[in-house]
Design a protein around this ligand. Structure first.
Ligand SMILES: Cc1ncc(COP(=O)(O)O)c(C=O)c1O
Length: 414
């Protein structure tokens, strides 16, 4: 008697209204293997699938760009965690953005928050224009959305919290006005992850992620996804997913799905660490200002209370250091646990200087209008120990701000 003759019954996928986040993260889209009973799905590397007669595949699959078991399972898990009917995975967060923008007809107009991720800004200003899609940026979308809407406006793009200034947008407020005009609202939820915020619950039509960040969480996969409820959007975006072909590999889907299963644990730790670091920075005389949605002093803290799970601030923060750009650079080189590197949302803590790194491509006036000054440092708190991260930040501040002054005084005396 082989297992194949007696396939093991797979438990039903955890349905979202019944189960909580941790249960869904572990079980949604994770059937046991029907043939072997393997608890963890195998990686399905085959690019093509046998057919019994022309156009009659043995199972559900024909060709891996169109669909693949590992991608399907990952997409099911994302849909469950974002309270969506559908999810689609792409080869990067940027490819997700590109597919959504590509779905708009030539001549369409988009309204976007000003301080979006640098690569999103680059796509909006340098690529979208080439297929005649124009983007207007605004630093205060909740206030001026009505005045910016034109007859050809089709999409509103929100990043909340934004990268790298951590400013927030009340999604419901914007979506209510957008929907009166038949405009779709997209929210980039990369900075918080579906554990802390579910934009579709607040009226957004599409939620997007750079899976590269919190969802995968281990800095070893580049991938993106979009989740939504509309069957019409599913038809349009799944067509483009296949037609453009910017799809993730089976292996990357498998890895990202594995990472996703611990998202709730990582997001809680990262939030605890970021809260502690944010308080330490706020009390330091070497810091001009701290941007962290979890601090009651954050100008839009009311949105944190309304939109985020348990008022969590997430693992990301940024701050302006005394001593300008040079001090910002010195700080990032002086940390011992935080690594100087782009990206965010992994188990390991990272620091960077957005004006010279992730957001270096945005002209200075535009950058500064969005709050991205040369002295801004962006911090991604990982899941190391809270006390170690706090001590690392404090010692790096001393070296970056006080150290050079002492050096100067000593040189002066000599
Ligand atoms: C908020 C945000 N959205 C989208 C992206 C793009 O994602 P990817 O690097 O996976 O293309 C990034 C990348 O840093 C990001 O920070």
């Amino acid at each position: 008697m082989t297992l194949a003759e007696h396939p093991i019954e797979t438990p039903p996928r955890a349905p979202s209204p019944v189960h909580r986040f941790g249960t869904l993260a572990v079980h949604a889209g994770s059937p046991h293997d029907a043939v072997t009973g393997a608890v963890i799905e195998p990686i399905s590397l085959s690019t093509t699938f046998a057919q019994t007669s022309v156009g009659k595949p043995v199972g559900d699959y024909e060709y891996s760009r169109s669909s693949n078991p590992n991608r399907d399972n990952f997409e099911r898990a994302i849909a469950a965690l974002e309270h969506a009917r559908y999810a689609l995975a792409f080869s990067s967060g940027s490819a997700t953005t590109a597919n959504i923008l590509q779905s708009l007809a030539a001549g369409s107009h988009v309204i976007s928050v000003s301080d979006v991720y640098g690569g999103t800004h680059r796509y909006f200003t340098k690529v979208a224009l080439s297929h005649d899609v124009k983007v207007t940026f605004t630093p205060s979308i909740e206030v001026d959305i009505s005045t910016l809407i034109r007859p050809e406006t089709k999409l509103i793009w929100i990043e909340t919290p934004s990268n790298p200034t951590l400013s927030l947008v009340d999604i419901r407020r914007v979506a209510t006005i957008a929907h009166e005009h038949g405009i779709l609202v997209v929210v980039d939820n990369t900075f918080l992850s579906p554990y802390i915020q579910n934009p579709l619950d607040h009226g957004a039509d599409i939620v997007v992620h750079s899976v590269t960040k919190y969802i995968n969480g281990h800095s070893d996969v580049v991938m993106g996804c979009a989740a939504f409820n509309s069957p019409d959007l599913f038809d349009r975006l799944s067509f483009l997913q296949n037609a453009i072909g910017a799809v993730p590999s089976a292996f990357d889907c498998w890895l990202a799905h594995r990472g996703l299963k611990t998202l709730h644990l990582r997001a809680r730790e990262a939030t605890k660490n970021a809260t502690s670091v944010a308080h330490a920075l706020q009390s330091s005389p070497h810091v001009v200002a701290v941007n962290y949605p979890g601090l009651p002093s954050h100008p839009q803290h009311a949105v944190t209370l309304k939109q985020h799970r348990d008022a969590m601030g997430g693992g990301m923060l940024s701050f302006r250091i005394r001593g300008g750009h040079d001090a910002a650079q010195r700080f990032c080189q002086a940390t011992k646990i935080f690594t100087l590197a782009e990206s965010l949302g992994g188990v390991e803590s990272l620091v960077e200087v957005p004006s010279a790194m992730t957001h270096g491509g945005i002209p200075k006036e535009q950058r500064e209008a969005a709050g991205v000054f040369d002295d801004l440092v962006r911090v991604s708190c990982g899941i190391e120990d809270e006390a170690d991260l706090k001590a690392d930040v404090l010692q790096a501040l001393e070296k970056a701000v006080v150290g050079p002054k002492i050096g100067k005084a000593v040189n002066g005396e000599a």
